[in-house]
Design a binder for this molecule. Structure first.
Ligand SMILES: Nc1ncnc2c1ncn2[C@@H]1O[C@H](COP(=O)(O)OP(=O)(O)O)[C@@H](O)[C@H]1O
Ligand SMILES: [Mg+2]
Length: 369
């Protein structure tokens, strides 16, 4: 049975330094996949290892299937073996002297909760190997497989005993890019077929989007936002979330007025721009507006946020074209999909749809005018 995971106010300090995990709370309902996304060193692995019981949290409570497995304030600490968790890591943890079948059968034979007879074990191993696409490879020595296939063996070995929670730590990072994309797409299908609750950590935004029912973006030990992928990509609550998920354009300006979630920002020579803002900005605040290259419309004049600019440079990439466009002293990158580049160097109309422009407070020092 897959189980829900609940993490409340988790803190993990190593020694006396800064907390590696700094007050993180989230839940993963049974059967859901949550991805923790963030740059290297932000505390993803430490969070995962606390859930697994491989690290002892400093503060906070972790519950799996309604049972508290860790709560240092009360002296509660359930050992990793008793948490009924499966884990898949970046390195393919397979036993090199065994066949594929033996590798996958191993946990069934040696786990304490095992009650299966050998025919039953055989059926479970076959079913799981089919599930991960290795049905034909059962009798091969595991060392004769490719990296991607070995990672499938590692996955099968974690799935075969149907743990109540599966933890995956950058499991695709050691694969070449083509394989990584294929296994990424398949992983979600496999996990959904088993109905397993999954906590997956990665620094790769494309993995997070494909795999996660929800994504939690982390920075410096903190969870900045947790939401479904579409919300993370279209309504980033924080400027780091916007930037880390690929909103590469940043326009500097000053808040003129704010109405609810909308703000009008003065961009200086370029004029005014309407933007969505998740923050309580007030008139006079220094702000920056983040937006994605793929959300800017070139050669179009919309009802709001339309400008006249100049194409400074154009980089044709076959399936898409990147344009550097300047308007009123601001510079943006614009992405146009398709195999034909429709715009030449020189004057061009551009529209920055207000819904795709997100204003955030400038944390830097305010300038005096
Ligand atoms: N065993 C450890 N001892 C001391 N510091 C650690 C240990 N493990 C991780 N850290 C530190 O904790 C922070 C978070 O690390 P980690 O959870 O591995 O990040 P991520 O998986 O996001 O790359 C980093 O600053 C790292 O150096
Ligand atoms: Mg890590």
């Amino acid at each position: 049975m897959s189980a829900a995971l609940l993490v409340e106010d988790l803190v993990k300090k190593f020694g006396t330094g800064k907390a590696a995990v700094d007050g993180v709370s989230f839940d993963v309902p049974a059967g859901e996949i949550v991805v923790l996304l963030g740059p290297s060193g932000c505390g993803k692995t430490t969070t995962l290892r606390c859930v697994a019981g491989l690290e002892h949290p400093t503060v906070g409570r972790i519950s799996i299937g309604g049972r508290v497995v860790s709560e240092p304030q009360r002296g509660t600490l359930v050992s990793p073996r008793e948490r009924d968790i499966g884990m898949v890591f970046q390195s393919y943890a397979v036993w090199p002297h065994m066949t594929v079948h033996q590798n996958v059968a191993y946990p069934l034979k040696y786990r304490r909760k095992n009650t299966s007879g050998s025919a039953d074990i055989d059926t479970k191993v076959r079913e799981t190997l089919e599930l991960v696409g290795l049905g034909e490879y059962a009798q091969r020595p595991v060392t004769s497989l490719s990296g991607g296939q070995m990672q499938r063996v590692a996955l099968a070995r974690s799935l075969v005993y149907r743990p109540q929670l599966l933890l995956l730590d950058e499991p695709l990072s050691n694969l070449d890019s083509k394989l990584r994309i294929r296994l990424r797409d398949e992983l979600r299908r496999i996990l959904k077929m088993t109905g397993m609750t999954g906590l997956y950590v990665t620094h790769d935004q494309s993995e997070a989007v494909v795999l996660g029912d929800r994504i939690g973006v982390m920075k410096d030990g903190k969870l900045l936002q947790m939401a479904p992928p579409g919300e993370i990509y279209n309504r980033p609550a924080d400027s780091f979330v916007a930037n880390f998920t690929g909103a590469a354009n940043v326009l500097k300006g000053k808040v003129l007025e704010r109405k609810g979630e909308q703000a009008v920002i003065d961009l200086g020579a370029a004029g005014r721009i309407e933007a969505w803002t998740p923050q309580p900005l007030v008139a006079g605040d220094n702000a920056h507006v983040a937006l994605r290259a793929e959300n800017i419309r070139l050669g179009e004049r919309g009802p709001a946020n339309s400008f006249t600019g100049r194409v400074i440079e154009r980089r044709y990439q076959g399936m898409q074209t990147i344009y550097d466009v300047e308007f009123g002293g601001q510079r943006v990158e614009v992405l146009e999909l398709g195999t034909a580049a429709r715009h030449n160097d020189g004057e061009v109309a551009l529209t920055l749809p207000p819904d795709s422009c997100w204003a955030y407070r400038d944390e830097g020092q305010a300038t005096v005018d």
